[in-house]
Design a protein around this ligand. Structure first.
Ligand code: ADP
Ligand code: ASP
Ligand code: MG
Length: 403
């Protein structure tokens, strides 16, 4: 069976007109004799509004009920797509994750898909049906509804492609593909024809929300090629694939930036084993995601300064936890809300010397101060003032010949 998985994001099913357009795309694959599996997200804005409602009901809204509530947006979108296909006399129906089932494990709000039962969907495909499957949700072994993290319909699509051995997995969205940087923030951003899983994973983790990071990990592990393209214009998009399929590499493939980061500095903490662990343990217990971390060299051998970043919405909670932590002593606690992390990503930097220098020099020429640095084999990230983000982005985009 020639199977294709088509995923439509919230932006592609955001209005009734857009849903009608999505159905045109589905029909075009049907005409090419594909067995089509559709995955849909909720209409754009719906998931956010459900989350807001949960916050209004309770500051400590239960994680189990959160999953039931926020996964409901997908149900409506799937039903509307199926309804439109039925309108044209095609065989279609919606499938919620529990009806298939799509099994997940891990914590509520952030589960992972581990297995998808094939039998019902295969039978339905063979009968000529077009299943419209809700993205973002699953069930766990206690038969409770789960969700798989924001933007999770991408991962639903990848896992469906894996379990149904699809020939193609196409992610339809509101931009023409993956760009060198967010095309909605910088008009000189260029569409990338092909990008490796590793680079896409870094770009997504560092702020490019066009693909959910977990979905790229799943695709890499299972060697699933992904095509990202627009649901509004019929143009070739971006192929996300393994490195060996890519012939030419630029030094830098893309640039990502984050928003709403905050920097926390503990001045004058004791420089002895175990201190960092006792600072970060209660933060991790409270599910606060600590990002960049630097510890200064201790000048007198006794005290040091420790800096890290968290999301700004976690700042109040972070402050509370640090101040109530009796295991650590420090002289001062500093907070800085307006920072942003900007990262350059590319496998080309492995074999090209001088990339770090070029990045730092470019920022220096623009009088942009670097506050924290972190690197991996294929990325360099720096923390800068948030107000300098677009200046930095433009300068780096030009320096690495991405314009
Ligand atoms: P969907 O609703 O289809 O899941 P998302 O809003 O999750 O769509 O992702 C698409 C958005 O990702 C685009 O509108 C774009 O603003 C943003 N984006 C951020 N970085 C990039 C990038 N490097 N390339 C393309 N889009 C990006
Ligand atoms: N609707 C979910 C969200 O907004 C899942 C998704 O968009 O992929 O996070
Ligand atoms: Mg998305």
């Amino acid at each position: 069976m020639k199977i294709v998985v088509l995923k439509f994001g919230g932006t592609s099913v955001g209005t009734i007109e857009k849903i009608k357009n999505v159905v045109k795309i589905i029909r075009s694959y049907k005409k090419k004799k594909y067995r089509v599996i559709v995955v849909s997200s909720a209409m754009s804005g719906v998931t956010n509004s459900l989350i807001n409602k949960s916050k209004q009901i309770s500051e400590n809204f239960s994680d189990e009920e959160y999953d039931v509530l926020v996964s409901s947006g997908e149900q409506a979108a799937c039903s509307l797509i199926a309804g439109r296909l039925l309108h044209f006399g095609l065989k279609s129906r919606s499938w919620m994750a529990w009806q298939i089932p799509i099994l997940t494990n891990g914590k509520h709000k952030n589960s992972r898909i581990i297995k998808i039962n094939r039998s019902k969907i295969i039978k339905y495909l063979k009968s000529g049906g077009i299943p419209i499957i809700s993205g973002f949700q699953g069930i766990n072994k206690y038969l409770r509804i789960t969700t798989i993290g924001r933007g999770g319909s991408d991962a639903s699509a990848i896992m469906l492609a894996k379990f149904f051995q699809a020939e193609k997995c196409v992610i339809y969205t509101d931009v023409e593909g993956v760009y060198t940087t967010d095309p909605n923030k910088f008009d000189k951003a260029k569409k990338i024809k092909v990008i490796s899983y590793e680079e896409m994973l870094e770009m997504a983790s560092l702020g490019a929300k066009v693909m959910q990071p977990v979905s790229i990990q799943d695709a890499r592990l299972n060697r699933i090629d992904i095509e990202v393209k627009s649901s509004f214009v019929n143009k070739t998009g971006t192929l996300i694939t393994k490195r060996s399929n890519i012939k030419k590499n630029k030094v830098i493939t893309g640039i990502s930036s984050t928003q709403n980061d905050s920097k926390v500095t503990l001045v004058g903490v004791k420089d002895k084993p175990g201190v960092a662990a006792s600072i970060f343990k209660p933060l991790s217990k409270n599910l606060i995601n600590v990002d960049m971390v630097v510890q200064n060299i201790s000048a007198n051998g006794k005290e040091t300064d420790l800096t890290f970043t968290v999301k700004s919405e976690e700042l109040v909670k972070t402050k509370k936890i640090l101040l109530s932590n009796r295991q650590i002593k420090f002289r001062r606690l500093l907070f800085n809300k307006g920072v942003s992390k900007i990262s350059i990503i590319g496998v080309g930097m492995i074999s090209t010397p001088g990339v770090t220098f070029r990045m730092f020099q470019t920022l220096a020429n623009k009088k942009i101060n670097i506050q924290v640095i972190s690197t991996s084999e294929i990325k360099i990230s720096v923390l800068i003032k948030e107000k300098d983000t677009s200046k930095a982005l433009m300068a780096l985009h030009k320096e690495f010949e991405l314009d």
